[in-house]
Write a protein that binds this ligand. Structure first.
Ligand code: ACO
Length: 334
């Protein structure tokens, strides 16, 4: 099996910033409540006419430019999202078309906030097996489009954005050292968009009852997240033959600072090794981890050979983590 790593990264968030004070104008909430319970201070929200494919396209373009790879050389595009442009066709096909990735296979993958980890794990297999040379993985969301903006327990938490990574073969000993993925469908109702699928097709009744918006049992999701983030990080490290002291950088899913703090406490790692950007963006679901990775790299926080753990949880329920030994040098084996 070939070693697979990330040879290019990029991200994009819409310009429009909505602060907690802005939310106070139309929801019964307070900046102080949101900051103390979640750590979120603001979020970026896409305009009405901007679909998720636009965020994915912009992020994908930046990642390809960073890797100095032409769109025509991409073999596969995977878009992880729970807010696709349409139920079908797949957003990945639309992004491939916008990019001009003419030979790329393309499909969407749905694993909620764990989507980017699932997509990277999936894309890596195609390269590890020698099937493909270049895979573009994108996590993109426009959660703002499916929020009930009158429900203060959910609408304050989320934001829009996209993050992308170009996967290629890398030198032995570098790249992804291990993955750990999991799911538990018995918790599916804790976080869902109940209507619009085959179980509850769209009707005037589903619209009236707000069933096309995100519904969440926040407390239950919180308990699950606190437990799983630490557990899965330790498991994925063990699979890679490493210990928590080996971590140079932890990139957790950015849902709530209290969830991240609990995981960090469990892992007993120094807070300065943990990437946090949820204060600026809120929870961008599948986009949170790749945007944080891109920002950490741009900020000079990542060096060749660093051990990076990325870990997430989300609707499904799903969870996932990976250990990445950083290099951006791909092996060109034409
Ligand atoms: N502003 C003010 N008050 C609020 C707000 C708000 N925005 N939201 C809730 N409250 C009130 C509640 O009504 C409640 O009032 P009450 O006691 O009078 O009934 C009180 O605050 C406490 O509410 P709790 O739900 O107990 O607050 P909690 O401390 O649990 O925080 C939160 C809620 C932030 C949602 C937390 O449970 C959480 O972060 N859960 C995890 C969510 C998550 O990670 N989701 C990501 C899923 S990933 C994916 O796949 C999309």
């Amino acid at each position: 099996m070939r070693n697979v790593g990330i040879v290019g990264i990029g991200s994009y968030v819409p310009e429009n910033v909505v602060t907690n004070l802005d939310l106070e104008q139309f929801v019964d909430t307070k900046d102080e409540w949101i900051v103390s319970r979640t750590g979120i201070k603001q979020r970026h929200i896409a305009p009405k006419d901007m679909p998720v494919s636009e965020l994915c396209y912009q992020a994908g373009l930046r990642a390809l430019e960073d890797a100095r790879i032409a769109p025509e050389d991409v073999d596969l595009i995977i878009v992880a999202t729970i807010t696709p442009d349409y139920a079908f066709p797949a957003t990945a096909c639309l992004v491939a078309d916008r990019l001009g990735a003419k030979k790329a296979a393309a499909f969407d993958l749905e694993a909620g906030c764990t989507g980017f980890i699932y997509a990277v794990a999936t894309g890596s297999q195609f390269i590890a097996s020698g099937t493909y040379k270049t895979v573009l993985v994108i996590g993109g969301e426009t959660l703002s489009k499916i929020l009930n903006w009158k429900d203060r327990s959910t609408c304050v938490l989320f934001g829009d954005g996209g993050g992308a990574a170009v996967l290629q073969q890398v030198e032995e000993g570098f790249g992804f050292l291990s993955f750990e993925l999991g799911s538990d469908g018995s918790g599916g109702s804790l976080l869902s968009q109940p209507a619009g699928g085959s179980k509850c097709p769209a009707s005037s009744e589903t619209v009236e009852k707000n069933l096309h918006t995100l519904q969440m049992e926040g407390k239950e999701v919180f308990k699950f997240a606190v437990r799983i983030m630490g557990d899965v990080s330790l498991k994925v490290l063990e699979k890679a033959g490493l210990i928590k002291e080996d971590i140079d950088l932890l990139i957790p899913h950015q849902a709530n600072i209290r969830i991240v703090d609990a995981a960090v406490k469990r892992l007993k790692i120094s807070p300065d090794k943990v990437v946090i950007n949820l204060d600026k963006y809120g929870n961008m679901s599948a986009a949170s981890i790749p945007v944080a990775l891109d920002e950490a790299f741009q900020a000079g926080l990542i060096s060749e050979g660093d051990i990076i753990v990325m870990v997430g949880f989300g609707t499904g329920l799903t969870w996932g983590a990976c250990v990445l030994k950083w290099t951006k040098v791909g092996i060109k084996n034409d």
